[in-house]
Design a protein around this ligand. Structure first.
Ligand SMILES: Nc1ncnc2c1ncn2[C@@H]1O[C@H](COP(=O)(O)OP(=O)(O)OP(=O)(O)O)[C@@H](O)[C@H]1O
Ligand code: SF4
Ligand SMILES: [Mg+2]
Length: 327
């Protein structure tokens, strides 16, 4: 088998996203840069409010505006710059180049239309096919995500399906135009534990079969260990560590990553959104400290950390870390 060199399906450079709030303008993302290769799965972790969803929404230009806006930087999807793309062009990009599945499928599905109606509509935005042909494709897609009797299911309404089934329908819709990049933002958090694993299996299998890039956003480092080849750790709108999954788990360089890893069992059991083993609070984006954003919680803090912001630099392990005293 010959393999062609992987190329990035997503390339983000120095992205800044701002929101206007009562406290002034805050930077939800502050100059983040990363890439995702075709067929690669990248996990994004970090505590609530660190900018994971804002990153995901930016890629599809779905940041609510106002109050938000992409203030600086570049986002290339399969070589196409999306930041400057007008909304009518973005409609073609969404679904075809990148699509997204969310935590709660009920908010993304319309309760008054059947599954079939909604899938047919999505397909026909991108392909010039008849309704009958689109419905056939939709049924095939439901079969692909392992929904039984798809011919019957397609005429049902969202409320007639279980949570796990609804999430499968969302996956089917997201994949109906064979996107190059799939973004899954906490795709299993709202599901029963038993169904979670099945849905994750499904996402992984389809990603490999379709050779898509995958961005998986989750609080659960355990899920990332099983599903992603590379991990990106965010803190207060910054990327603070990036590494191959095995390397990150074996040898976390940033004190924050170390704290996240130490708290895995408790997070899994109690489904906490905050991480109890890392003492202290995440600073307010409207009132960030000078220097390192993690300084107030860091066991290794020293004077320099309070005046200078550590840059994201290469590690010996092939990753990157933003810390003056990495492990
Ligand atoms: N609509 C909005 N209006 C104002 N500020 C916002 C808005 N959406 C996001 N933000 C800001 O951006 C920050 C990052 O939000 P984001 O939703 O990306 O967090 P997250 O990492 O996905 O958190 P969670 O794990 O809870 O989903 C928030 O802390 C908030 O300050
Ligand atoms: S730069 Fe300093 S405060 Fe920040 S994580 Fe590293 S050691 Fe801790
Ligand atoms: Mg989020």
């Amino acid at each position: 088998m010959t393999e062609s060199a992987p190329k990035p399906v997503l390339r983000i450079r120095d992205l800044v996203v701002e929101f206007k709030t009562e406290m002034g303008v805050i930077r939800a993302l502050d100059k983040i840069s990363f890439e995702v290769m075709a067929g690669e799965s990248l996990g994004i972790v970090g505590e609530s409010g660190c900018g994971k969803s804002v990153t995901a929404l930016s890629i599809l230009k779905l940041i609510p505006s106002p109050p938000g806006r992409i203030a600086e930087g570049s986002i290339e999807l399969d070589g196409i710059e999306v930041v400057s793309q007008p909304e009518h062009e973005m409609r073609k990009v969404r679904g075809a180049l990148a699509s997204m599945i969310f935590q709660e499928p009920m908010t993304a599905l319309n309760p008054v239309f059947t599954i079939g109606n909604q899938m047919v509509e999505v397909i026909r935005v991108h392909q010039k096919v008849s309704k009958t042909k689109a419905k056939k494709q939709a049924i095939e897609m439901l079969r692909t995500v392992n929904i039984e009797s798809p011919e019957k299911r397609i005429d049902q309404y969202p409320h007639e399906l279980s949570g796990g089934m609804r999430q499968r329908v969302m996956i089917a819709m997201a994949l109906s135009c064979s996107p190059k990049l799939l973004i899954a933002d906490e795709p299993t958090t709202a599901l029963d534990v038993t169904v979670q694993a099945q849905v994750m299996e499904e996402i992984k299998r389809l990603q490999q079969e379709m050779n898509m890039g995958l961005i998986l956003i989750t609080h659960d480092l355990g899920v990332i260990a099983e599903s992603c080849s590379r991990v990106l750790v965010m803190y207060c709108g910054k990327i603070i560590e990036m590494a191959e999954t095995g390397e990150l788990y074996k040898n976390p360089r940033h004190p924050y990553t170390r704290g996240l890893l130490d708290s895995i069992p408790r997070v899994r059991k109690e489904k906490l959104k905050t991480l109890p083993t890392i003492k202290g609070m995440v600073p307010d984006l409207a009132d960030l400290p000078k220097g390192c954003r993690f300084a107030d919680r860091c066991p290794k803090v020293e004077d320099r950390c309070r005046t200078e912001e550590p840059p994201l630099e290469d590690t010996e392990g092939g990753g990157k870390v933003a810390c003056f005293h990495p492990n």
